[in-house]
Write a protein that binds this ligand. Sequence first.
Ligand SMILES: [Zn+2]
Length: 298
Amino acid sequence: MPSDPLVAQHVLEFPGGYTRTTGPVVGRFLSELRARRIVGVRTAEGRVLVPPLEYDPATGEPVTGEYVEVGPAGTVTTWAWVDEPLEGHPLDRPFAWALIELDGADTALLHAVEAENPKAIGAGTRVWPVWRDRPTGHITDISHFAPEVTKIVSNVRAEYRLQAGGALRVFLEGVERGVLLGGRCASCGKVYVPYRAACPECGSAIPETLELPDTGTITTYAINNLPDPRAPQVPFVSAYILLDGADVPMIALMGDVPAHEVRQGMRVKAVWVPEGERTASMTNIRWFAPTGEPDVEL
Ligand SMILES: [Zn+2]
């Protein structure tokens, strides 16, 4: 007749703590921890063991007694994610157990790494120790490690009013009428658009405006993959357009053409918003669109 097995429940516990001596090597490590330093010990072969050991596990030889400060940062070599921490775990929220090779060490230290989620940690993740408030000379003086700070979030908001100077005002009033105003330097002959009061090249005044056509040639361009409220879609193209008769290009948006078809030398023309909607602003030009003319050699 089967009988229940005999079972006795035992608890091994040392009320008040189990005291043991550390020996000089581990003792040095823990004393340094209490001072918020992490040290390793150098082996006869020159490797640095962290945590330090009394004998080199590779050769069995006693270590040299030379202590080397390492870290405090290190690199995760391998890790295991803990979704539900158990009692006695260093953190009460999800974390990773990781082997961390501290800078200057040749062996890895096992410790907890706090990370937002398992994707925030990997082999190669740089981590820094987070120290406990009151170190006591125990491995838990390092509460845990945390990934290196690689980004900060700051709130940015700028409100400003741009006051058009005399020359820009002249240009924008032209745009309101549907014309692009530039100016020719009387001294060096260069034609600038938008209109400016002085030649940036030779410094001479440009007293008169010059009306330029709204056609030109793309000199260079960029395909943008980040959305912009002014752009028709993503990807969109911003291009430097040399208006016919001008000596310096102006930057503008391209439209009515797939991004991959835009090219240097392409002939383009401004697409204006309807006359009734125009203001003294560059938004009057929706974008530049290809004219279909043959490309131009630049
Ligand atoms: Zn000039």
